[in-house]
Design a protein around this ligand. Structure first.
Ligand code: GLN
Length: 476
């Protein structure tokens, strides 16, 4: 049985080939070029990544290379990398060059990671299909007629098409986990405050977290060891690197320890839950039980309030965060306007896509006089109650388990005209962004675009990753 055999914990996807960094980078570059029609990469740093690979090969020979030597990473187009373009897949940031690197990027480079390019995503990370991008939709490598999920659709697709070892995404309401599930990869959203958001283009600041996607859970673990921890540029980043790295459980811990896992009963009865997703999910529950873990079924009374609270609060924060794009300071500026007001109006009207405009309007509405108390304040209170319910569930259980998405990947173009239906699909992922808890999506079965989502206690990210190692070996 899988459960009794020790996990292969020393296996890292980027260490297994035995090839030089230059050879590895060349393989990825060729594959990226061959798969251009998937529309995953917005920009390939070809010369730069090869030059860096040469330097790192030399360091490896001299035995002074960093922990990520040989690891090829691609980044979502909303994470700043000094002297590289970053646009959040929006026309409004056309031609904008980063003036500094995100803290996460700096920490990765220090350990000799190679950054190979910039990845397509939904505009300002708003969406769950990657269709809201000025660069056009990304195709799902598992079935090119389908969406890859979003908003980090390019990141998940890059991993699925084997165009890098690890891709970085951002997760405000599921944007790392849902595309990872749709593309058969692993996606992790850390506890809010575990990773610095410095250099991540803000969507909804009290929800946003950077997160890794890979097919290798050990590489995700290493990524977290390297990038987690305090940063003077982000005062909400309150966990120290020791919080991830100290008291780490042994990788085989969960083969021995049997845990209590809570399944939210009303997720299984949810009307939007696809039959096939439910079927696979029930198989997983059986496997867990027959391996000695205890499944407890509990109701989350506020389940139906998760999506409304999420969309009220995130659009409110977005309307404020996106006020800075005025066509004056940077990015796209509309021409031929005679007054400043006309210039701002016209730049914003032409620079933002329809979904971003919808959210700015919604957010301005819920913050406006007369509606603030009815919407924004109420949603804040609901958020607090959801946090309490979540913490209560985790008092006597180690993890909460749900499907990552209630649906399977669907055809590109088939749902984009119904935003409310798309919002409702976020029902299982937004909980941990509302509460700040860490959450991970692991493929339920090899080559299946269905994810199992585990939510852990705040700050217990390394335990959650250890458990995900166990789940991965149980499922695959
Ligand atoms: N689908 C969600 C949304 O559209 C998630 C976005 C995200 O996590 N960035 O807001």
């Amino acid at each position: 049985m899988h459960t009794n055999s020790p996990l292969n914990v020393n296996k890292y996807i980027f260490k297994s080939s035995g090839k030089s960094c230059v050879d590895t980078v060349n393989i990825f570059i060729n594959r990226i070029k061959k798969n251009k029609d998937l529309n995953i990469f917005i920009e390939l740093y070809e010369d730069e990544s090869l030059t860096r690979a040469k330097v790192i090969d030399k360091k490896i020979k001299e035995k002074n290379a960093g922990k990520l030597a040989g690891c090829v990473i691609a980044i979502k187009d909303n994470i700043c990398y000094k002297n590289h373009l970053v646009t959040a897949s929006s026309k409004i940031l056309e031609g904008f060059n980063s003036l500094y690197s995100a803290t996460v990027i700096k920490r990765l480079l220090k350990e000799d990671a190679i950054i190979i390019g910039r990845l397509n995503c939904d505009e300002f990370a708003m969406g769950s299909t990657n269709e809201n991008s000025v660069y056009g939709p990304v195709k799902n490598p598992l079935n090119t007629k389908n969406v890859p999920g979003g908003s980090s659709g390019g990141s998940a697709a890059a991993v699925a098409a084997e165009l890098c070892h690890l891709a970085i995404g951002s997760d405000t309401g599921g944007s790392v986990r849902q595309p990872a599930a749709f593309c058969g990869a692993i996606g992790f959203k850390p506890t809010y405050g575990m990773l610095s958001r410095h250099g991540l283009i803000s969507y909804a600041s009290s929800f946003d977290q950077i997160g890794p996607i890979s097919s290798c859970i050990n590489t995700i673990d290493l990524f977290m060891q390297i990038v987690s921890g305090k940063d003077s540029f982000d005062s909400t980043c309150v966990y120290g690197s020791t919080d991830y790295n100290h008291n780490k459980l042994s990788d085989n811990h969960y083969i021995e320890e049997k845990v209590n896992i809570v399944v939210i009963k009303n997720t299984l009865e949810h009307p939007s839950l696809d039959k096939k997703v439910k079927e696979e999910f029930l198989i997983l529950l059986n496997k867990l039980e027959s391996s000695g873990h205890k499944i407890n079924f509990k109701t989350l009374p506020l389940l139906d309030y998760l999506v409304p609270a999420y969309y009220i609060l995130t659009t409110a924060e977005a309307s404020s965060n996106l006020a800075r794009y005025d066509g004056v300071k940077y990015g796209y500026r509309s021409k031929g306007n005679s007054t400043l007001i006309d210039l701002i109006k016209s730049s914003r009207s032409k620079g933002f896509g329809p979904e971003v405009k919808r959210r700015i309007l919604l957010g301005s509405f819920v913050l406006s006089e007369g509606y603030y108390d009815n919407y924004y304040s109420k949603a804040q209170k609901v958020r607090r109650l959801i946090k309490e319910e979540t913490d209560n569930l985790l008092l006597s259980n180690s993890f909460i388990l749900t499907p990552t998405s209630p649906v399977l990947p669907f055809a590109i173009g088939s749902e984009i005209d119904d935003p409310t239906a798309l919002y409702l699909q976020d029902v299982f992922t937004v909980q941990s962004n509302l509460t700040g808890n860490p959450a991970i999506s692991v493929p339920i079965k090899r080559h299946t675009p269905i994810g199992a989502q585990f939510i852990g206690k705040s700050g217990s990210d390394s335990n959650l990753i250890s458990f995900a190692k166990y789940i991965y070996s149980l499922c695959n």
